[in-house]
Design a protein around this ligand. Structure first.
Ligand SMILES: [Fe+2]
Length: 205
């Protein structure tokens, strides 16, 4: 039997002020300690509720419960991936990709610029709250862009996520107000391509 654990807020590998001016200290701290933490708490609370109902053998609204569970787990997993996709500008963050991820992007999209344009459009046009992600489909060997609504809608099951950007307003409102395009522009200065490359290599194994 595997040990049962709670979901936990991961520590960041950089300080809250390290991504400035692209993401300010205040914005990053709020996003990590309040918004991400809320999804961690939400997922744990729902699992506790399920445990309780099973123990008491009482009825529970399975449809609503699983919908909320998927939303909170999705939020937790995506944020955890997002933090690792970022590094301070010039210290691992920004620039163009190299290695296998660079080859995969060129093969699929024709050029890095074309990929950047499509990914930016996916992030720009996510309605309301959502994400753009670059995933890898092992069945076809193709990288593929996902436009995720909320935290869990339009996900390609089992495709490994290589790169993700959070375009919920809570990700950028303090720094950029309603100007999502400015936040996406800034994101390219702090993308950690090494992490995306590492995930691609794992996915290709
Ligand atoms: Fe977020």
């Amino acid at each position: 039997m595997m040990e049962i654990k709670k979901y936990e807020l991961p520590k960041l590998s950089y300080d809250y002020g390290d991504l400035a001016p692209h993401i300010s200290e205040e914005q990053l701290k709020l996003h990590h300690t309040k918004h991400h933490q809320a999804y961690v708490n939400g997922a744990n609370e729902i699992l506790d509720k399920l445990d309780k109902a099973r123990k008491e053998n009482s009825d529970i609204d399975i449809k609503a419960t699983l919908k909320a569970l998927s939303f909170n787990i999705g939020g937790h997993i995506l944020h955890s991936l997002f933090w690792k996709n970022l590094s301070p500008s010039g210290k691992g963050g920004g620039g163009a990709p190299s290695g296998k991820i660079s080859d995969a992007i060129k093969d699929e999209f024709g050029s890095f610029d074309r990929f950047r344009k499509e990914f930016t459009q996916a992030a720009m046009t996510a309605e309301g709250s959502g994400w753009a992600a670059l995933a890898f489909c092992k069945k076809t060997g193709r990288p593929i862009i996902m436009q995720i609504e909320k935290h869990n809608t339009n996900v390609y099951p089992t495709s490994k996520i290589l790169l993700v950007i959070d375009v919920w307003e809570h990700a950028y409102y303090l720094d950029y107000k309603n100007e999502r395009a400015k936040f996406i522009d800034a994101f390219w200065n702090i993308v950690d391509w090494k992490e995306a490359n590492k995930r691609l290599e794992e996915a290709m194994k």
